[in-house]
Write a protein that binds this ligand. Sequence first.
Ligand SMILES: *[C@@H]1O[C@H](CO)[C@@H](O)[C@H](O)[C@H]1NC(C)=O
Ligand SMILES: *[C@@H]1O[C@H](CO)[C@@H](O)[C@H](O)[C@H]1NC(C)=O
Ligand SMILES: *[C@@H]1O[C@H](CO)[C@@H](O)[C@H](O)[C@H]1NC(C)=O
Ligand SMILES: *[C@@H]1O[C@H](CO)[C@@H](O)[C@H](O)[C@H]1NC(C)=O
Ligand SMILES: *[C@@H]1O[C@H](CO)[C@@H](O)[C@H](O)[C@H]1NC(C)=O
Length: 444
Amino acid sequence: MMQRCNRRKTHFPLLAFLFLAFILFSIFYNERSIQRIHQDQDRVPKSSFTYIKPNLPRHPKRAPKVLDRFSTCNSTREYSGRKIGWVDPEAEACRRRETLLLEESCDLFSGKWVFDNKAYPLYNESSCPYMSDQLACHKHGRSDLGYQHWRWQPHNCNLKRWNVTEMWEKLRGKRLMFVGDSLNRGQWISMVCLLQSVIAANKRSMSPNAELTIFRAEEYNATVEFLWAPLLVESNSDDPVNHRLDERILRPDSVLRHSARWEHADILVFNTYLWWRQGPVKLLWSDEQNGVCEHLDGLGAMELAMGAWADWVAAEVNPLKKLVFFVTMSPTHLWSREWETGSEGNCYNEKTPIDFDVYWGSGSDLPTMRMVEKVLNRLSSKVSVINITQLSEYRKDGHPSIYRKFWETLSPEKLSNPSSYSDCIHWCLPGVPDVWNELLFHLL
Ligand SMILES: *[C@@H]1O[C@H](CO)[C@@H](O)[C@H](O)[C@H]1NC(C)=O
Ligand SMILES: *[C@@H]1O[C@H](CO)[C@@H](O)[C@H](O)[C@H]1NC(C)=O
Ligand SMILES: *[C@@H]1O[C@H](CO)[C@@H](O)[C@H](O)[C@H]1NC(C)=O
Ligand SMILES: *[C@@H]1O[C@H](CO)[C@@H](O)[C@H](O)[C@H]1NC(C)=O
Ligand SMILES: *[C@@H]1O[C@H](CO)[C@@H](O)[C@H](O)[C@H]1NC(C)=O
Protein backbone atom coordinates (compact mmCIF):
# COMPACT_ATOMS: atom_id res chain seq x y z
CA MET A 1 0.00 0.00 0.00
CA MET A 2 1.26 3.40 -0.95
CA GLN A 3 0.78 5.86 1.90
CA ARG A 4 -0.06 9.21 0.49
CA CYS A 5 0.86 11.94 2.85
CA ASN A 6 -2.22 14.07 2.72
CA ARG A 7 -4.35 11.16 3.87
CA ARG A 8 -3.01 11.90 7.32
CA LYS A 9 -4.85 14.57 9.16
CA THR A 10 -2.40 15.38 11.95
CA HIS A 11 -0.70 18.29 10.22
CA PHE A 12 -3.83 19.77 8.81
CA PRO A 13 -3.62 23.28 10.32
CA LEU A 14 -0.07 23.66 9.10
CA LEU A 15 -1.02 22.36 5.68
CA ALA A 16 -4.01 24.66 5.47
CA PHE A 17 -1.85 27.61 6.37
CA LEU A 18 0.81 26.71 3.85
CA PHE A 19 -1.83 26.11 1.24
CA LEU A 20 -3.28 29.58 1.73
CA ALA A 21 0.12 31.19 1.74
CA PHE A 22 1.03 29.44 -1.47
CA ILE A 23 -2.24 30.31 -3.17
CA LEU A 24 -1.73 33.97 -2.38
CA PHE A 25 1.87 33.77 -3.37
CA SER A 26 1.12 32.00 -6.64
CA ILE A 27 -1.66 34.37 -7.65
CA PHE A 28 0.56 37.35 -7.02
CA TYR A 29 3.54 35.70 -8.59
CA ASN A 30 1.70 34.62 -11.74
CA GLU A 31 0.00 37.96 -12.25
CA ARG A 32 3.32 39.68 -12.02
CA SER A 33 5.17 37.33 -14.29
CA ILE A 34 2.47 37.45 -16.92
CA GLN A 35 2.53 41.22 -16.91
CA ARG A 36 6.25 41.19 -17.10
CA ILE A 37 6.18 38.94 -20.13
CA HIS A 38 3.88 41.28 -21.97
CA GLN A 39 6.03 44.27 -21.21
CA ASP A 40 9.42 42.77 -21.73
CA GLN A 41 8.82 40.40 -24.55
CA ASP A 42 11.53 41.72 -26.79
CA ARG A 43 13.98 42.88 -24.18
CA VAL A 44 14.63 39.71 -22.20
CA PRO A 45 18.35 39.04 -22.21
CA LYS A 46 19.11 35.46 -23.25
CA SER A 47 20.70 34.55 -19.96
CA SER A 48 17.78 35.49 -17.71
CA PHE A 49 14.65 33.42 -17.38
CA THR A 50 11.06 34.57 -17.34
CA TYR A 51 8.57 32.29 -15.64
CA ILE A 52 5.13 31.88 -17.12
CA LYS A 53 2.00 30.14 -15.91
CA PRO A 54 1.09 27.21 -18.20
CA ASN A 55 -2.33 25.81 -19.13
CA LEU A 56 -4.09 29.15 -19.16
CA PRO A 57 -7.59 28.91 -20.60
CA ARG A 58 -7.47 30.29 -24.09
CA HIS A 59 -8.93 33.62 -24.98
CA PRO A 60 -11.73 32.73 -27.42
CA LYS A 61 -10.84 35.45 -29.93
CA ARG A 62 -7.11 34.93 -29.87
CA ALA A 63 -7.19 31.14 -29.47
CA PRO A 64 -4.23 29.66 -31.31
CA LYS A 65 -4.87 27.04 -33.96
CA VAL A 66 -4.62 23.46 -32.76
CA LEU A 67 -1.34 21.93 -33.93
CA ASP A 68 -1.49 19.08 -36.40
CA ARG A 69 0.95 17.45 -38.79
CA PHE A 70 0.49 20.25 -41.31
CA SER A 71 1.42 22.98 -38.84
CA THR A 72 4.43 25.09 -39.77
CA CYS A 73 6.44 27.90 -38.23
CA ASN A 74 6.51 31.24 -40.02
CA SER A 75 10.07 31.67 -38.83
CA THR A 76 12.30 30.39 -36.06
CA ARG A 77 14.42 32.27 -33.58
CA GLU A 78 16.63 31.36 -30.66
CA TYR A 79 15.02 30.22 -27.41
CA SER A 80 13.91 33.30 -25.48
CA GLY A 81 14.57 31.83 -22.04
CA ARG A 82 10.97 31.53 -20.93
CA LYS A 83 10.39 28.83 -18.35
CA ILE A 84 7.32 27.23 -16.86
CA GLY A 85 6.35 28.41 -13.39
CA TRP A 86 4.24 26.02 -11.36
CA VAL A 87 3.66 25.61 -7.65
CA ASP A 88 2.30 22.68 -5.72
CA PRO A 89 1.01 24.10 -2.47
CA GLU A 90 1.16 20.73 -0.72
CA ALA A 91 4.54 19.61 -1.91
CA GLU A 92 6.89 21.07 0.67
CA ALA A 93 4.87 20.08 3.71
CA CYS A 94 4.56 16.55 2.48
CA ARG A 95 8.04 15.79 1.41
CA ARG A 96 9.68 15.15 4.74
CA ARG A 97 7.13 12.60 5.87
CA GLU A 98 7.12 10.90 2.49
CA THR A 99 10.88 10.39 2.71
CA LEU A 100 10.49 8.80 6.13
CA LEU A 101 7.90 6.39 4.75
CA LEU A 102 10.15 5.46 1.88
CA GLU A 103 13.00 4.62 4.20
CA GLU A 104 10.85 2.08 6.04
CA SER A 105 9.72 0.22 2.96
CA CYS A 106 11.67 -1.79 0.44
CA ASP A 107 13.02 -0.61 -2.89
CA LEU A 108 10.98 -2.61 -5.40
CA PHE A 109 13.12 -1.37 -8.26
CA SER A 110 16.41 -2.75 -7.04
CA GLY A 111 16.73 -6.49 -7.57
CA LYS A 112 17.51 -9.19 -10.08
CA TRP A 113 15.85 -11.31 -12.77
CA VAL A 114 15.18 -14.93 -11.88
CA PHE A 115 14.40 -17.56 -14.50
CA ASP A 116 10.96 -19.00 -13.74
CA ASN A 117 9.25 -21.00 -16.43
CA LYS A 118 6.57 -22.28 -14.05
CA ALA A 119 4.81 -19.00 -13.34
CA TYR A 120 5.87 -17.07 -16.45
CA PRO A 121 4.65 -16.01 -18.93
CA LEU A 122 1.52 -14.73 -17.19
CA TYR A 123 -0.50 -15.15 -20.43
CA ASN A 124 -0.16 -16.67 -23.84
CA GLU A 125 0.84 -14.53 -26.81
CA SER A 126 -1.54 -16.29 -29.19
CA SER A 127 -4.49 -16.24 -26.80
CA CYS A 128 -4.56 -12.44 -26.46
CA PRO A 129 -6.76 -11.05 -29.25
CA TYR A 130 -5.48 -7.51 -28.62
CA MET A 131 -1.82 -8.33 -29.20
CA SER A 132 0.05 -5.91 -31.47
CA ASP A 133 1.99 -7.12 -34.52
CA GLN A 134 4.79 -4.85 -33.40
CA LEU A 135 5.24 -6.86 -30.19
CA ALA A 136 4.17 -10.44 -31.00
CA CYS A 137 7.70 -11.78 -31.39
CA HIS A 138 6.90 -15.50 -31.35
CA LYS A 139 4.29 -15.05 -34.09
CA HIS A 140 6.87 -13.22 -36.17
CA GLY A 141 9.42 -15.96 -36.02
CA ARG A 142 11.28 -15.70 -32.74
CA SER A 143 11.98 -19.25 -31.63
CA ASP A 144 14.02 -18.71 -28.45
CA LEU A 145 11.30 -18.03 -25.88
CA GLY A 146 13.45 -17.59 -22.79
CA TYR A 147 12.57 -13.88 -22.78
CA GLN A 148 9.04 -14.81 -21.60
CA HIS A 149 10.18 -16.64 -18.50
CA TRP A 150 11.83 -14.11 -16.25
CA ARG A 151 10.49 -12.93 -12.90
CA TRP A 152 11.62 -9.72 -11.20
CA GLN A 153 12.90 -10.34 -7.67
CA PRO A 154 13.53 -7.22 -5.55
CA HIS A 155 16.52 -7.63 -3.22
CA ASN A 156 14.82 -7.07 0.11
CA CYS A 157 11.18 -8.05 -0.35
CA ASN A 158 8.80 -9.80 -2.70
CA LEU A 159 6.71 -8.35 -5.44
CA LYS A 160 3.06 -9.10 -4.91
CA ARG A 161 1.98 -12.02 -7.10
CA TRP A 162 -0.18 -11.06 -10.04
CA ASN A 163 -3.83 -11.92 -9.35
CA VAL A 164 -6.21 -11.07 -12.15
CA THR A 165 -9.37 -11.19 -9.99
CA GLU A 166 -7.86 -8.89 -7.43
CA MET A 167 -6.78 -6.46 -10.16
CA TRP A 168 -10.30 -6.38 -11.60
CA GLU A 169 -11.69 -5.70 -8.11
CA LYS A 170 -9.33 -2.72 -7.83
CA LEU A 171 -10.58 -1.49 -11.20
CA ARG A 172 -14.30 -2.01 -10.58
CA GLY A 173 -16.25 1.08 -11.67
CA LYS A 174 -13.02 2.87 -12.61
CA ARG A 175 -11.16 4.18 -15.63
CA LEU A 176 -7.49 3.24 -15.83
CA MET A 177 -5.70 5.29 -18.48
CA PHE A 178 -2.19 5.04 -19.89
CA VAL A 179 -0.97 8.30 -21.45
CA GLY A 180 2.20 8.61 -23.49
CA ASP A 181 4.16 7.14 -26.40
CA SER A 182 4.52 3.71 -28.01
CA LEU A 183 6.40 2.32 -25.01
CA ASN A 184 3.47 3.19 -22.82
CA ARG A 185 1.14 1.73 -25.45
CA GLY A 186 3.11 -1.51 -25.09
CA GLN A 187 2.48 -1.45 -21.35
CA TRP A 188 -1.21 -0.83 -22.01
CA ILE A 189 -1.42 -3.80 -24.39
CA SER A 190 0.34 -5.90 -21.77
CA MET A 191 -2.24 -4.81 -19.18
CA VAL A 192 -5.14 -5.63 -21.51
CA CYS A 193 -3.65 -9.06 -22.26
CA LEU A 194 -3.11 -9.70 -18.54
CA LEU A 195 -6.71 -8.77 -17.78
CA GLN A 196 -8.81 -9.93 -20.71
CA SER A 197 -8.64 -13.70 -20.31
CA VAL A 198 -11.17 -13.85 -17.47
CA ILE A 199 -13.78 -11.76 -19.27
CA ALA A 200 -16.18 -13.55 -21.64
CA ALA A 201 -15.72 -12.47 -25.25
CA ASN A 202 -19.23 -10.98 -25.46
CA LYS A 203 -18.69 -8.94 -22.27
CA ARG A 204 -15.65 -7.05 -23.44
CA SER A 205 -14.92 -4.67 -26.29
CA MET A 206 -12.17 -2.58 -27.80
CA SER A 207 -12.89 0.74 -29.47
CA PRO A 208 -11.16 1.35 -32.81
CA ASN A 209 -7.59 2.58 -32.74
CA ALA A 210 -7.68 6.36 -32.34
CA GLU A 211 -6.02 8.99 -30.19
CA LEU A 212 -7.91 7.43 -27.32
CA THR A 213 -8.38 3.65 -27.49
CA ILE A 214 -10.65 2.03 -24.92
CA PHE A 215 -10.90 -1.54 -23.66
CA ARG A 216 -14.17 -2.14 -21.78
CA ALA A 217 -15.22 -4.90 -19.42
CA GLU A 218 -18.94 -4.82 -18.84
CA GLU A 219 -19.29 -6.84 -15.66
CA TYR A 220 -16.76 -4.67 -13.83
CA ASN A 221 -17.99 -1.45 -15.43
CA ALA A 222 -14.32 -0.69 -15.95
CA THR A 223 -12.11 0.52 -18.78
CA VAL A 224 -8.41 0.27 -19.55
CA GLU A 225 -7.50 3.02 -21.98
CA PHE A 226 -4.59 4.38 -23.93
CA LEU A 227 -4.20 8.04 -24.90
CA TRP A 228 -1.54 8.88 -27.46
CA ALA A 229 0.37 11.95 -26.23
CA PRO A 230 4.05 11.26 -26.88
CA LEU A 231 5.22 14.70 -25.71
CA LEU A 232 2.47 15.19 -23.07
CA VAL A 233 2.02 18.78 -24.26
CA GLU A 234 0.15 19.61 -27.46
CA SER A 235 2.25 18.99 -30.59
CA ASN A 236 2.19 18.26 -34.30
CA SER A 237 2.77 14.58 -33.39
CA ASP A 238 -0.59 14.05 -31.75
CA ASP A 239 -2.02 11.85 -34.50
CA PRO A 240 -1.29 8.28 -33.33
CA VAL A 241 -0.85 6.88 -36.83
CA ASN A 242 0.13 9.71 -39.11
CA HIS A 243 2.61 11.74 -37.14
CA ARG A 244 5.88 13.43 -37.83
CA LEU A 245 9.13 12.76 -36.14
CA ASP A 246 11.29 15.06 -38.25
CA GLU A 247 10.16 18.60 -37.55
CA ARG A 248 8.49 18.58 -34.18
CA ILE A 249 6.52 21.66 -33.18
CA LEU A 250 4.98 21.82 -29.73
CA ARG A 251 3.24 24.12 -27.32
CA PRO A 252 5.49 23.95 -24.27
CA ASP A 253 2.96 25.71 -22.07
CA SER A 254 -0.17 23.64 -22.61
CA VAL A 255 -1.43 20.13 -21.91
CA LEU A 256 -5.05 21.26 -22.18
CA ARG A 257 -5.67 19.44 -25.45
CA HIS A 258 -4.80 16.08 -23.87
CA SER A 259 -5.87 16.77 -20.31
CA ALA A 260 -9.43 17.32 -21.57
CA ARG A 261 -9.33 13.60 -22.32
CA TRP A 262 -7.33 12.27 -19.40
CA GLU A 263 -8.96 14.33 -16.64
CA HIS A 264 -11.85 11.86 -16.29
CA ALA A 265 -9.64 8.87 -15.50
CA ASP A 266 -9.38 7.51 -11.95
CA ILE A 267 -5.93 5.97 -12.34
CA LEU A 268 -3.41 7.60 -14.68
CA VAL A 269 -0.11 6.13 -15.86
CA PHE A 270 2.10 8.60 -17.73
CA ASN A 271 5.38 8.29 -19.58
CA THR A 272 7.44 10.42 -21.96
CA TYR A 273 11.07 10.20 -22.99
CA LEU A 274 12.21 8.86 -26.34
CA TRP A 275 10.50 11.52 -28.42
CA TRP A 276 12.71 14.09 -26.69
CA ARG A 277 15.84 12.29 -27.80
CA GLN A 278 15.57 13.05 -31.52
CA GLY A 279 17.38 16.39 -31.55
CA PRO A 280 16.11 19.95 -31.12
CA VAL A 281 12.43 20.85 -31.32
CA LYS A 282 10.44 23.98 -32.13
CA LEU A 283 8.42 25.74 -29.49
CA LEU A 284 5.28 27.64 -30.37
CA TRP A 285 4.09 29.44 -27.24
CA SER A 286 0.34 29.79 -26.82
CA ASP A 287 0.44 33.59 -26.88
CA GLU A 288 2.49 33.75 -30.09
CA GLN A 289 0.44 35.58 -32.70
CA ASN A 290 2.72 35.50 -35.73
CA GLY A 291 3.69 31.86 -35.93
CA VAL A 292 7.24 32.54 -34.75
CA CYS A 293 8.79 29.43 -33.23
CA GLU A 294 11.78 29.07 -30.93
CA HIS A 295 14.53 26.52 -31.21
CA LEU A 296 15.41 24.40 -28.17
CA ASP A 297 17.26 21.16 -27.41
CA GLY A 298 15.23 18.08 -26.42
CA LEU A 299 16.11 18.08 -22.73
CA GLY A 300 15.31 21.76 -22.28
CA ALA A 301 12.00 21.30 -24.08
CA MET A 302 11.14 18.18 -22.09
CA GLU A 303 11.68 20.14 -18.90
CA LEU A 304 9.15 22.74 -20.10
CA ALA A 305 6.65 19.99 -21.01
CA MET A 306 7.11 18.27 -17.65
CA GLY A 307 6.45 21.64 -16.03
CA ALA A 308 3.18 22.12 -17.92
CA TRP A 309 2.17 18.56 -16.98
CA ALA A 310 3.19 19.06 -13.34
CA ASP A 311 1.15 22.25 -13.20
CA TRP A 312 -1.92 20.27 -14.25
CA VAL A 313 -1.23 17.59 -11.64
CA ALA A 314 -0.61 20.14 -8.89
CA ALA A 315 -3.81 22.03 -9.66
CA GLU A 316 -6.20 19.22 -10.55
CA VAL A 317 -5.25 16.05 -8.71
CA ASN A 318 -6.83 15.23 -5.40
CA PRO A 319 -4.90 12.14 -4.32
CA LEU A 320 -7.90 10.80 -2.45
CA LYS A 321 -9.80 10.56 -5.72
CA LYS A 322 -7.21 10.11 -8.42
CA LEU A 323 -4.05 8.05 -8.49
CA VAL A 324 -1.23 9.22 -10.73
CA PHE A 325 1.85 7.21 -11.74
CA PHE A 326 4.85 8.21 -13.81
CA VAL A 327 6.86 5.51 -15.58
CA THR A 328 10.53 6.44 -15.98
CA MET A 329 12.47 6.08 -19.21
CA SER A 330 12.52 2.78 -21.04
CA PRO A 331 16.08 1.77 -21.94
CA THR A 332 17.27 0.84 -25.43
CA HIS A 333 19.94 -1.68 -26.42
CA LEU A 334 21.41 -0.25 -29.59
CA TRP A 335 25.13 -0.91 -28.99
CA SER A 336 26.23 -4.36 -27.82
CA ARG A 337 29.73 -3.02 -27.09
CA GLU A 338 28.20 -1.42 -24.01
CA TRP A 339 27.63 -4.83 -22.39
CA GLU A 340 30.18 -6.86 -24.33
CA THR A 341 33.38 -5.01 -25.10
CA GLY A 342 34.60 -5.36 -28.66
CA SER A 343 31.30 -6.57 -30.14
CA GLU A 344 29.60 -4.64 -32.94
CA GLY A 345 25.94 -5.56 -32.84
CA ASN A 346 22.87 -4.50 -30.92
CA CYS A 347 20.03 -6.41 -29.25
CA TYR A 348 19.69 -8.78 -32.23
CA ASN A 349 20.32 -12.40 -31.23
CA GLU A 350 20.56 -11.59 -27.53
CA LYS A 351 18.93 -14.43 -25.61
CA THR A 352 19.65 -13.77 -21.94
CA PRO A 353 19.57 -10.76 -19.60
CA ILE A 354 22.71 -8.89 -18.63
CA ASP A 355 23.88 -10.42 -15.37
CA PHE A 356 26.18 -7.84 -13.88
CA ASP A 357 24.81 -5.53 -11.25
CA VAL A 358 23.68 -1.99 -12.04
CA TYR A 359 24.43 -2.13 -15.76
CA TRP A 360 23.43 1.23 -17.25
CA GLY A 361 23.52 1.91 -21.00
CA SER A 362 24.07 5.20 -22.78
CA GLY A 363 20.45 5.23 -24.01
CA SER A 364 19.22 6.17 -20.53
CA ASP A 365 20.21 9.78 -20.20
CA LEU A 366 21.20 10.72 -16.66
CA PRO A 367 20.57 14.49 -16.93
CA THR A 368 17.03 13.63 -18.09
CA MET A 369 16.58 11.33 -15.10
CA ARG A 370 17.79 14.05 -12.69
CA MET A 371 15.35 16.54 -14.21
CA VAL A 372 12.42 14.09 -14.01
CA GLU A 373 13.35 13.27 -10.43
CA LYS A 374 13.35 16.94 -9.49
CA VAL A 375 9.87 17.47 -10.93
CA LEU A 376 8.47 14.28 -9.37
CA ASN A 377 9.97 15.11 -5.97
CA ARG A 378 8.02 18.33 -5.91
CA LEU A 379 4.86 16.33 -6.72
CA SER A 380 5.58 13.47 -4.36
CA SER A 381 2.24 13.68 -2.58
CA LYS A 382 0.41 13.25 -5.87
CA VAL A 383 2.49 11.09 -8.15
CA SER A 384 4.06 7.67 -7.53
CA VAL A 385 7.12 6.71 -9.54
CA ILE A 386 7.32 3.38 -11.35
CA ASN A 387 11.06 3.29 -11.85
CA ILE A 388 11.48 0.73 -14.62
CA THR A 389 14.79 2.00 -15.94
CA GLN A 390 17.33 -0.06 -14.00
CA LEU A 391 15.40 -3.31 -14.12
CA SER A 392 14.75 -3.02 -17.84
CA GLU A 393 18.40 -2.12 -18.51
CA TYR A 394 19.31 -5.76 -17.81
CA ARG A 395 16.90 -7.06 -20.46
CA LYS A 396 18.88 -6.82 -23.68
CA ASP A 397 17.05 -10.03 -24.66
CA GLY A 398 13.58 -8.51 -24.35
CA HIS A 399 13.31 -6.50 -27.59
CA PRO A 400 11.59 -7.64 -30.80
CA SER A 401 14.76 -7.11 -32.92
CA ILE A 402 13.71 -8.53 -36.33
CA TYR A 403 10.75 -10.50 -34.99
CA ARG A 404 7.91 -8.07 -35.53
CA LYS A 405 5.91 -6.61 -38.36
CA PHE A 406 7.73 -3.79 -40.16
CA TRP A 407 5.53 -1.30 -41.95
CA GLU A 408 8.07 -0.35 -44.60
CA THR A 409 9.44 -2.86 -47.14
CA LEU A 410 12.92 -4.03 -46.27
CA SER A 411 15.58 -3.94 -48.97
CA PRO A 412 17.67 -7.08 -49.70
CA GLU A 413 20.76 -5.38 -48.20
CA LYS A 414 18.91 -4.75 -44.98
CA LEU A 415 17.52 -8.28 -44.88
CA SER A 416 21.02 -9.68 -45.24
CA ASN A 417 22.15 -7.66 -42.22
CA PRO A 418 19.54 -8.27 -39.49
CA SER A 419 20.96 -5.89 -36.90
CA SER A 420 20.58 -3.01 -39.38
CA TYR A 421 16.81 -3.05 -39.00
CA SER A 422 16.39 -4.60 -35.55
CA ASP A 423 13.95 -2.93 -33.16
CA CYS A 424 15.90 -2.58 -29.91
CA ILE A 425 13.50 -0.03 -28.43
CA HIS A 426 10.11 -1.72 -27.96
CA TRP A 427 9.56 -4.91 -25.95
CA CYS A 428 8.19 -8.33 -26.89
CA LEU A 429 4.99 -9.49 -25.22
CA PRO A 430 4.66 -11.48 -23.04
CA GLY A 431 7.76 -9.94 -21.52
CA VAL A 432 9.28 -6.99 -19.72
CA PRO A 433 6.19 -4.66 -19.70
CA ASP A 434 4.22 -7.36 -17.87
CA VAL A 435 6.57 -6.78 -14.97
CA TRP A 436 6.05 -3.01 -15.16
CA ASN A 437 2.35 -3.82 -14.72
CA GLU A 438 3.03 -6.12 -11.80
CA LEU A 439 4.79 -3.16 -10.17
CA LEU A 440 1.71 -1.03 -10.85
CA PHE A 441 -0.50 -3.76 -9.37
CA HIS A 442 1.74 -3.90 -6.31
CA LEU A 443 1.53 -0.13 -5.81
CA LEU A 444 -2.25 0.20 -6.27
C1 LIG B 1 -0.82 -21.09 -25.70
O1 LIG B 1 -1.66 -21.20 -26.82
C2 LIG B 1 -1.29 -22.24 -27.71
C3 LIG B 1 -2.20 -22.17 -28.92
O2 LIG B 1 -3.51 -21.88 -28.56
C4 LIG B 1 -1.38 -23.58 -26.99
O3 LIG B 1 -0.95 -24.59 -27.85
C5 LIG B 1 -0.52 -23.54 -25.74
O4 LIG B 1 -0.68 -24.73 -25.01
C6 LIG B 1 -0.88 -22.37 -24.87
N1 LIG B 1 0.05 -22.28 -23.77
C7 LIG B 1 -0.34 -21.97 -22.55
C8 LIG B 1 0.75 -21.88 -21.53
O5 LIG B 1 -1.50 -21.77 -22.24
C1 LIG C 1 -6.89 -13.63 -6.02
O1 LIG C 1 -7.72 -12.60 -5.47
C2 LIG C 1 -9.01 -13.05 -5.14
C3 LIG C 1 -9.82 -11.81 -4.78
O2 LIG C 1 -9.11 -10.95 -3.95
C4 LIG C 1 -8.92 -14.07 -4.03
O3 LIG C 1 -10.22 -14.52 -3.68
C5 LIG C 1 -8.09 -15.24 -4.51
O4 LIG C 1 -7.89 -16.17 -3.47
C6 LIG C 1 -6.73 -14.77 -5.03
N1 LIG C 1 -6.06 -15.87 -5.68
C7 LIG C 1 -4.85 -16.26 -5.35
C8 LIG C 1 -4.27 -17.39 -6.12
O5 LIG C 1 -4.21 -15.70 -4.47
C1 LIG D 1 -19.84 2.85 -14.15
O1 LIG D 1 -18.69 3.63 -13.87
C2 LIG D 1 -18.85 5.01 -14.12
C3 LIG D 1 -17.54 5.69 -13.82
O2 LIG D 1 -16.54 5.18 -14.62
C4 LIG D 1 -19.97 5.56 -13.24
O3 LIG D 1 -20.18 6.92 -13.55
C5 LIG D 1 -21.24 4.78 -13.49
O4 LIG D 1 -22.23 5.21 -12.59
C6 LIG D 1 -21.01 3.30 -13.30
N1 LIG D 1 -22.21 2.55 -13.66
C7 LIG D 1 -22.68 1.57 -12.92
C8 LIG D 1 -23.87 0.88 -13.46
O5 LIG D 1 -22.17 1.24 -11.86
C1 LIG E 1 2.79 34.31 -40.82
O1 LIG E 1 3.09 35.63 -41.15
C2 LIG E 1 2.17 36.26 -42.02
C3 LIG E 1 2.70 37.63 -42.40
O2 LIG E 1 3.24 38.29 -41.29
C4 LIG E 1 0.81 36.35 -41.32
O3 LIG E 1 -0.14 36.91 -42.17
C5 LIG E 1 0.37 34.93 -40.95
O4 LIG E 1 -0.84 34.99 -40.21
C6 LIG E 1 1.44 34.26 -40.12
N1 LIG E 1 1.08 32.87 -39.88
C7 LIG E 1 0.80 32.41 -38.69
C8 LIG E 1 0.53 30.94 -38.60
O5 LIG E 1 0.77 33.11 -37.69
C1 LIG F 1 15.24 5.54 -10.78
O1 LIG F 1 16.25 4.68 -10.33
C2 LIG F 1 17.57 5.08 -10.64
C3 LIG F 1 18.53 4.04 -10.12
O2 LIG F 1 18.19 2.80 -10.55
C4 LIG F 1 17.86 6.42 -10.02
O3 LIG F 1 19.14 6.86 -10.38
C5 LIG F 1 16.84 7.41 -10.49
O4 LIG F 1 17.05 8.63 -9.86
C6 LIG F 1 15.43 6.93 -10.20
N1 LIG F 1 14.48 7.86 -10.81
C7 LIG F 1 13.46 8.44 -10.17
C8 LIG F 1 12.63 9.39 -10.95
O5 LIG F 1 13.19 8.20 -9.02
